[in-house]
Design a protein around this ligand. Structure first.
Ligand code: MG
Length: 352
């Protein structure tokens, strides 16, 4: 088992090993303060892994209840959170009991937010089952829900007690969901690790996924330890996301995955940066080739002006400027502040 520790106001371990979910009870046991556990999961994931997790928890002596909601981003809203609160209260959960988030990013974000707020905060455990949630959303303590004005506009920073990553759960992902996570994996290579990027070029990620997950989680761990609340370095994790979020918004969040949108976002911003003489020429082509290798698109029909206006409405844009993330070279990134009025002009360089 590989273990990483994240230092925070409440530090926690991240364990990575194949088959680990069947031993989740014994991992959680020494950390738990109360005897009740609620598994929060969705209608896709619970039927596959729910029994294994439940049995392991019961074997370790926990009294287990479940809350299962309809799979999909549409569930990521306050009404689902209210239903989780009701389940917790109906089952007599006290401040010492805990939630187990079993599933992808939507599940982790919502179960975490419910944990952060029920009785002013109870413990929770992350068991991410998608590649995207294993390499990204389960680490870094962001929790939250969408409201109709935008994604993740309501939430809290709330650290899990432990993160349990079982790479075997990826075996049941569809190729599209695997690709979704690969965009974030490629992003980590771009912003922080040339060796990771080169490995993705030379090998097949699926064959070495345990090591890839470890590398990505350790990059994210290092970043969030230095800047949990996104005052500076954590912004680098938004590489490709400024435009990616706009693309997702333009689609109304259906018909395109987060990873597909982020991949296109990385391509456009890097090509613009090449034209501006900031990023060495040839960098975009390498990113494009890697995206193609992992079944991700490199172009999108959303017009650049729509991408720019979407980005300017994002919660991360404040005042009259916006931070964009660019590459000095692959493995080395920085943030650049642009005036909001300059954004469209900058990304239009991608078409020169
Ligand atoms: Mg992302």
């Amino acid at each position: 088992m590989k273990t990483l520790n994240v230092k925070s106001v409440r530090s926690y371990d991240i364990h990575i090993e194949r088959g680990l979910i069947s031993r989740c009870g014994e991992i959680i046991k020494p950390l738990a303060r109360g005897g009740k556990a609620m598994i929060v999961s969705d209608t896709n994931v619970y039927p596959i892994y729910g029994d294994t997790v439940k049995k392991s928890l019961e074997h370790s002596g926990f009294e287990v209840s479940t809350h299962i909601f309809p799979a999909g981003e549409a569930s990521k809203q306050l009404s689902t959170i209210a239903e989780i609160y009701n389940s917790l209260a109906d089952n007599g959960f006290s401040r010492k009991d805990f939630i187990v988030a079993l599933g992808g990013g939507v599940t982790g974000d919502m179960a975490g937010f419910a944990a952060a707020t029920y009785q002013r905060g109870i413990d929770f455990v992350q068991i991410p089952t998608s590649l995207l949630s294993q390499v990204d959303s389960s680490v870094g303590s962001k929790t939250g829900v969408d409201i109709k004005q935008g994604k993740n506009l309501v939430g809290a920073f709330w650290q899990p007690s432990v993160v349990i990553i079982d790479p075997d759960t990826l075996n049941t992902l569809t190729p599209e969901f695997f690709a979704d996570g690969m965009a974030e994996v490629i992003k980590y290579g771009c912003i922080k690790s040339l060796p990771l990027f080169e490995r993705l070029e030379q090998e097949n990620a699926a064959d070495i996924i345990e090591e890839i997950i470890y590398d990505c989680v350790s990059i994210k761990r290092d970043v969030v330890e230095r800047d949990e609340h996104e005052a500076g370095e954590r912004m680098l994790l938004n590489f490709g996301h400024t435009l990616g979020h706009s693309i997702e918004k333009a689609y109304g969040y259906t018909g395109i995955t987060h990873g597909q949108a982020v991949g296109v976002g990385m391509v456009i911003i890097t090509r613009a940066s090449e034209t501006a003489g900031i990023t060495p020429s040839g960098t975009t082509e390498r990113i494009e080739n890697l995206l193609k290798k992992y079944n991700l698109p490199i172009t999108d029909k959303t017009p650049l002006d729509e991408m720019a206006s979407g980005a300017l409405g994002d919660k991360k844009a404040s005042g009259d400027s916006i931070n964009i993330v660019l590459l000095n070279k692959i493995g080395d990134s920085f943030t650049k502040k642009l005036k909001k009025t300059e954004l469209l002009g900058f990304i239009s360089k991608s078409e020169l």
